[in-house]
Write a protein that binds this ligand. Structure first.
Ligand code: PRP
Length: 207
């Protein structure tokens, strides 16, 4: 099986979960710079990918499965199977900004996000509108420097907000790292995958 792992914050969660379920992944560290590794004792090949690219590799069958956040899955809208979410690494997708910055009904605001599609869906049922600006990172700077009135971004510990004098104006939804499968691989390796899922459940690392 070819497993795609994310190079970002979910790598630690994924490694801990796989190891708890009995996969050794010997020698693989969160600081690893190798992009492709073989773990014959686990019957695994591992690819290290950026979160945003990972769903594409799984959808096109280059990897059979992967670990990626539900925030990325929602934004890229890929055709993948998502049988379980991991228990650790949960965070929130929130509207953030200065205290009191939430736009009032009828107002037209500017909203910055790494998640423009998701942000537009969130806006669909709001009494206010917004021009959505896509950013790639350091999203907090946008409301901080008045590029945008508010942002839609991930909040985990809340430290980034705190350090920049911003607040969580509204929690939109919970976000979790997910185990995803290519549809054809799932059919082809169904019994092996069910064995994996049982191991994850027995280790108490999935919900
Ligand atoms: C994410 C998110 C916030 C931060 C929140 O960014 O966009 O900036 O983490 O985490 P906290 O609540 O624990 O402080 P990430 O670290 O992925 O980097 P980025 O700014 O490059 O997107």
């Amino acid at each position: 099986m070819i497993l795609a792992l994310p190079k970002g914050r979910n790598l630690k969660i994924a490694l801990a979960a796989f190891r708890a379920a009995g996969f050794g992944l010997d020698g693989l560290e969160t600081t690893d710079r190798r992009l492709r590794m073989s773990f014959p004792e686990d019957d695994l090949e591992v690819l290290m990918l950026k979160d945003w690219d990972l769903p594409l590799y799984v959808q096109y069958g280059i990897a059979d499965c992967g670990v990626v956040g539900s925030d990325v899955l929602e934004e890229v809208d890929g055709d993948l199977l998502v049988p379980v979410r991991f228990k650790d690494g949960h965070c929130r997708l929130s509207i953030i900004g200065y205290q009191g910055a939430m736009p009032k009904p009828g107002e037209q605001a500017r909203l910055a996000s790494k998640y423009p599609q998701t942000a537009r869906r969130i806006l669909a049922n709001r009494p206010w509108g917004a021009e959505v600006m896509k950013l790639s990172g350091s999203v907090e700077l946008a409301p901080l420097l008045d590029l945008a009135d508010v942002a839609v971004d991930i909040v985990q510990t809340g430290q980034t907000l705190k350090d920049n004098g911003l607040v969580e104006l509204e929690v939109v939804r919970e976000v979790a790292p997910c185990l995803v499968f290519n549809r054809a691989s799932y059919q082809l390796h169904r019994s092996k995958i069910n064995g994996w899922l049982e191991r994850f459940e027995a280790a108490g690392v999935v919900v």
